[in-house]
Ligand binder design. Structure first.
Ligand SMILES: Nc1nc2c(ncn2[C@@H]2O[C@H](COP(=O)(O)OP(=O)(O)OP(=O)(O)O)[C@@H](O)[C@H]2O)c(=O)[nH]1
Length: 346
């Protein structure tokens, strides 16, 4: 019996994983895909964004959200039973796509494919790392050399990498294919420089392709046939000596804001909050009085995007919800106070 191939999509918060997966299921070309989606901070925005966008390729029951913490840490509790259920189906999917949370280490997930119940029936076709070219160009994954030198002078035992940088390096080191995404936001000359620096972080032979909005032919993305679980030990990680990694460097909270008369003040406050605090990512929906559609808000670093993405459905409660993800120690009370200064509709 042939094994069901699975593709693991990694990439830091907001790199464009969900957008890539949407494109993939809209262009599945007859393949029946199942999606396993994991988000840090359990508002479930990503699932809502992909549901209903490619009904034939991926009906809603084949989209499984694992919101119970970060997938790399809950492998045994959540991921393995989910995989088993998918593989036990009378007609298993043609391909399984796993969107890891932007804070997940890919290696523990790949190792799950060595488990007896899985290894005979599924294989990791490839690990794809999505890189936000805009964030990379702005230096958001690199440490500040001067600040580091000063901190080291004060404390010689200091670990050299920041948590964000470690994650970034781990995701790259595990990749079979790297997609330099959001190329629409970066000059071609700068992109070439980014590619040169990325090449030092990846394994020999791994290709870097440029994408915008995750638009890539599924034939390139799927079918890498890498059998990653059989050679995972050759892919180094900063966390190889750890039993568990617990994301204590990052934090998230959910903000419920009811219905808003006008979203503009919230958007302005969000911009200020991001500039003033250690916020990495914000996403969610806003219910605007008099509007039948919900306003989708996405912020990645300082860049905020918003648009009315679809009508509220009859069974949905019209309400505004944002998930805020940041560095551990971000000042939640201050951020909440900034974002709540909104005139709420009567
Ligand atoms: N300009 C531009 N924006 C992009 C591109 N790809 C994604 N985006 C935007 O970036 C934001 C984040 O995209 P997502 O696809 O949600 O990113 P993600 O990696 O799934 O995010 P997390 O699950 O939170 O880690 C959204 O506002 C997207 O519309 C791109 O190529 N160019």
């Amino acid at each position: 019996m042939s094994k069901v191939p699975a593709t693991v999509i990694t990439g830091f918060l907001g790199a464009g994983k969900t957008t890539l997966i949407r494109h993939l299921i809209e262009n599945a070309d007859g393949r029946r895909l199942a999606l396993i989606i994991n988000e840090f901070g359990d508002v479930g925005v990503d699932g809502a964004l992909v549901k209903g966008c490619g009904d034939d390729a991926c009906p809603d029951e084949d989209i499984i959200e694992l919101a119970n913490g970060c997938i790399c840490c809950t492998v045994a509790d959540d991921f393995l039973p989910t995989m088993q259920r998918l593989l036990d189906r009378d007609v298993p999917p043609d391909h399984i796509i796993i969107e890891t949370s932007g804070l997940a280490l890919p290696k523990p997930l790949v190792k799950a494919f060595q488990w007896p119940g899985i290894r005979t029936r599924a294989t990791v076709d490839g690990v794809v790392a999505l890189i936000d070219a805009d964030a990379l160009a702005a230096g958001r994954f690199a440490h500040d050399e001067e600040a580091l030198a000063a901190a080291r002078a004060a404390d010689p035992t200091l670990d050299h990498d920041s948590p964000i940088e470690e994650l970034f390096e781990d995701q790259l080191a595990c990749a079979d294919l790297v997609l330099l995404n959001k190329t629409d936001l970066v000059e071609p000359g700068r992109l070439a420089e980014l590619e040169t620096s990325l090449a030092t972080e990846i394994r020999p032979g791994v290709r870097i392709l440029r994408t915008a909005r995750g638009e890539i032919d599924p034939a390139v993305l799927l079918g890498l046939d890498a059998g990653v679980e059989d050679q995972i030990d050759t892919r180094p990680s900063h966390h190889d000596d750890e039993e568990d990694h617990d994301h204590e460097d990052f934090d998230s909270f959910v903000l419920d804001l009811g219905e808003l008369g006008n979203p503009a003040p919230l958007l302005a406050a969000l911009e200020q909050a991001i500039a003033a605090h250690d916020i990495l990512r914000v996403k969610g929906f806003v219910a605007v009085t008099g509007r039948p559609a919900r306003l989708l808000i996405q912020a990645v670093g300082p860049r905020i995007q918003h648009h009315y993405d679809r009508h509220w459905q009859a069974e949905e409660q019209r309400a505004s919800r944002l998930v805020v993800i940041g560095q551990a120690g971000m000042d939640r009370a201050a951020i909440e106070a900034m974002l709540r200064q909104q005139p709420v509709a009567a």
